[in-house]
Design a protein around this ligand. Structure first.
Ligand code: ADP
Length: 490
């Protein structure tokens, strides 16, 4: 029932508001009661003053106990009020005279019995003033709702007496009851109104969430260009919608990248497969092929399937790297030795192309790295350098330590990469001159080599940069931290 945020907010709000109302009512009730009792007390104090004045005037110089009784009676008669009981008590706690001795003048609604004067509270009241620090006011049970009692010393005939005044608390109790009854219906009504208001407000402020949910539900993978409406960019829901839209931006970009990747990959795979198919069909279309012709066809088939394997391997590496599933097998590797080894293996290719291969290596360059990946990075760079440098040119490989990192540079004397294309060469499937790459009949050339080389450098917490490319040649430089730490891939 309270599944929705709206209902829960309303429930919380109503609960807290109800608690607040009850506390407020209790406080009001308590303060009102205290105030009315204080007023009662000051009223009783005034009564005692006027009573004593009359008592003393009536007593004058008379000394007999009878005269004291008479004076007490006269004062009671003079100051009789509804719901007020007087009593004069001697030092032994015996009642000399009380309003109950004059039943005709007790006009209140209270049923008062003589037991009230024998109650413990009454006796305590009679001694209240004599006890230091004790307030001369007490609540005394009796009648319908009890009395507010007050005691005061009274000296007559050199004898100590106490004047006790009891004022009924009945009117105050009636008033408090009326207030209680008012609270009984004011609190539920206020709570009901507040809950309705709270529900309305919660509904109104959460309405944009429902709209956003509907919009989001309508978005599929094919509709990533859609965006949520942003009701108010400065409030919380607006921020949520903006964040959601930013997420969609990233998703759309990533989806687009994936889509392009798949499209480019299929395109790159199609060409060698088409060549394989075409060559096979042409060769099989006639039965009178010479062994040389078969040999030539098989050579083409081998080269193209090598090319296919190469592309598929590259694609596999990149997708695993993207998914973060390419664990680096780190171990200590000497960069100079690794570079020298790669150089040895590519020398025949360079010779075949008429390119001179030179190097300058600083010895003893140890680092924690994945040897296979580092080899691959250098091989990709060297392969490109040899591939794009015309016969008679040179390719120079250099590695040395530079502060906290190792520098590995492959520089060639080739034609360079056109300046406007340089920012794109690390993009996947990007080839500066697609026609040229293919027409020369080389084996690489899907445009993935530099992307992979760059990923390898970054996976080792380093970077790969195109440091120079102009008419005099091209240089790629990899910077690898001298102490690469372990991480899976990037
Ligand atoms: P490819 O497989 O085509 O070599 P790469 O990602 O290795 O793909 O390189 C991307 C493009 O960058 C190449 O097609 C080429 O046009 C350009 N390129 C890379 N290295 C060099 C270089 N040393 N000299 C000239 N152009 C280069």
């Amino acid at each position: 029932m309270f599944e929705s945020v709206r209902s829960r907010i309303t429930l919380w709000y109503s609960g807290l508001f109800g608690l607040f109302l009850i506390l407020l009512a209790a406080l009001t009730y308590f303060l009102y009661w205290r105030n009315s009792v204080e007023r009662l007390d000051s009223n009783v104090l005034e009564l005692s003053d006027t009573y004593l004045t009359t008592f003393n005037a009536e007593l004058r110089d008379a000394k007999s106990p009878e005269a004291i009784r008479n004076a007490a009676r006269e004062a009671i008669i003079e100051h009789r009020f509804r719901d007020v009981v007087y009593a004069v008590v001697d030092e032994q706690g015996r009642v000399v005279l009380s309003s109950l001795d004059l039943p005709v003048i007790l006009g209140g609604s209270e049923e008062i019995t003589p037991e009230i004067f024998t109650s413990r509270e009454f006796r305590e009241l009679a001694h209240a003033e004599s006890k230091r620090g004790s307030r001369p006011f007490r609540n005394v049970p009796g009648g319908k709702n009890g009395f507010r009692g007050y005691a005061r010393a009274l000296l007559a005939n050199n004898q100590g007496y106490s004047l006790i005044i009891l004022q009924s608390l009945h009117p105050q109790h009636e008033m408090m009851e009326a207030i209680r009854h008012a609270f009984y219906w004011i609190i539920p009504i206020a709570l009901l109104l507040a809950s309705a208001g709270g529900y309305f407000l919660a509904r109104k402020s959460l309405a944009p969430v429902a709209v956003m949910a509907t919009q989001a539900r309508g978005m599929g993978a094919g509709h990533l260009s859609q965006r949520l409406g942003v009701p108010n960019p400065r409030d919380e829901l607006g921020t949520l919608a903006l964040s959601f839209n930013e997420l969609l931006d990233r998703l759309e970009k990533s989806f687009e990248q994936q889509r392009r990747f798949v499209a480019d990959a299929s395109h790159e795979l199609r060409t060698p497969v088409a060549i394989l198919q075409g060559e096979t069909e042409v060769t099989l279309s006639r039965n009178d092929r010479t062994p040389e012709e078969y040999r030539e066809t098989l050579t083409i088939l081998r080269d193209e399937s090598q090319r296919l394997t190469h592309i598929i391997e590259d694609l596999f590496t990149l997708t695993r790297a993207d998914a973060g599933q390419y664990p680096l097998k780190l171990r200590e590797v000497y960069l100079d030795e690794l570079a020298a080894d790669v150089l040895r293996r590519t020398r025949s290719l360079a010779i075949a192309r008429g390119v001179a291969l030179t190097s300058s290596m600083q010895p003893e360059l140890p680092l924690q790295a994945d040897e296979d990946l580092l080899r691959r990075m250098l091989l990709n760079l060297l392969d490109n350098a040899i591939k794009y440098t015309p016969a008679g040119g040179t390719v120079h490989v250099e590695c040395r330590r530079e502060e906290n990192s190792y520098l590995l540079r492959v520089a060639d004397s080739g034609p360079g990469i056109p300046a406007e294309l340089q920012p794109r060469i690390f993009e996947r499937f990007f080839r500066a001159d697609k026609a040229r790459s293919r027409s020369e009949g080389d084996t690489g050339g899907a445009g993935l080599g530099l992307s992979i080389a760059q990923w390898i450098a970054e996976a080792h917490h380093g970077r790969l940069e195109l440091t120079r490319s102009d008419g005099s040649g091209t240089s790629f430089t990899a910077y690898l931290p001298a102490s690469a730490t372990e991480r899976s891939s990037g």
